[in-house]
Design a protein around this ligand. Structure first.
Ligand code: NAD
Length: 293
């Protein structure tokens, strides 16, 4: 049994912590939301009064927070000053590569091992324990973290040194953002040309237009019954979160002079959707903007 501090028990963090509890580990958690703490206690965990209290006796500290500024603040204010010697830190939040590398470097300077381990698979994957983990950091830290990541995920990839997990995550989601717009444009054009949506799906899903946005998460109702399009675009993965990841990709691209014009366009497109429509809709609702609905 490992003693784990889990900070950030939101839509993703709570089910991840619950799976660790289910596997017999001790989880002491902290979140700013009282509801989340109550849920943790109901699932058999211990609610801490603060992040500092949560980490004091932990062998492993896991964070699942909204953005880089939250990660920076929680590590500086609570984790670094209070963690026990030898504790391993695993940040599963999706944040910018620079902050991720800077926090890990500060951890190393204080004698701690730290991994960035962002995930893909959404709340469904978090609940089922089937997340994909993209992990950056030293081999020794990866080996120590692996048994815990195996409980929360189905696919665990050591992507490279510090920040590589975040790099993999934003590259992957840049593909997803661009391809969701591309698939939406294809369905919008098919509508105008009088081509039946199901026929386009039957052909494209077996042809070179095949991609995850088409076959697993189709943005029009009908062809893929489990896709959010069939439930009025209830998320899923919100457009606001997709915008966050596309902005992180652009920030990273600028920092290394990478040329990503389609990624830039996709970020602008999702930015308009979130401002003009509703960032709480699933990101596949971008079809509505493309179609002019
Ligand atoms: P969420 O908003 O549901 O949860 C974040 C939690 O962090 C909240 O409960 C909030 O109260 C808590 N929090 C914020 N600041 C805190 C602090 N200082 N101390 C303690 N708790 C604090 O978000 P989420 O959907 O769980 O996403 C978490 C991370 O996972 C994000 O970085 C997101 O990009 C990433 N992610 C989300 C999904 C998804 O489908 N939801 C998928 C993959 C990755």
């Amino acid at each position: 049994m490992t003693s784990i501090a889990f900070i950030g028990l939101g839509n993703m963090g709570f089910p991840m912590a619950k799976n660790l509890l289910g596997a017999g580990h001790a989880v002491c958690g902290f979140d700013l939301s009282a509801d989340s703490l109550e849920k943790l206690e109901a699932a058999g965990g211990t609610a801490a009064a603060s992040a500092a209290d949560a980490v004091r006796n932990a062998e492993v500290v896991i964070t699942m927070l909204p953005a880089g500024k939250h990660v920076r603040a929680v590590y500086d204010d609570s984790v670094f000053p209070n963690a026990a010697a030898g504790a391993l830190f695993i940040d599963c939040s999706t944040i910018d590569v620079d902050t991720s590398r800077a926090v890990a470097a500060d951890a190393a300077a204080k004698g701690f091992l730290m991994l960035d381990a962002p995930v893909s698979g959404g709340t469904g994957g978090a609940e089922a324990g089937t997340l994909t983990f993209m992990v950056g950091g030293e081999d020794a830290a990866f080996e120590r973290a692996s048994p815990l990541l195996d409980i929360m995920g189905a696919t665990i990839v050591h992507a490279g040194g510090s920040g590589s997990g975040q790099a993999a995550k934003i590259c992957n989601n840049m593909v997803l953002g661009i391809s969701m717009i591309a698939v939406s444009e294809a369905f919008a054009l098919a509508d105008r040309l009088g081509l039946d949506r199901q026929k386009l799906f039957d052909i494209s899903s077996k042809s070179s237009g095949q991609c995850w946005a088409m076959t697993s998460y189709c943005p029009v109702p009908g062809p893929v019954p489990t896709s959010p399009a069939n439930r009025e675009y209830k998320p899923g993965f919100t457009a606001a979160m997709m915008l966050k990841d596309l902005d992180l990709a652009q920030q990273a691209a600028e920092s290394v002079n990478a040329i990503t014009p389609m990624g830039k366009k996709a970020a602008e497109f999702y930015g308009k959707f979130v401002t003009e429509r509703d960032g709480n809709l699933d990101f596949s609702a971008i079809f509505q903007k493309v179609r002019g609905i």
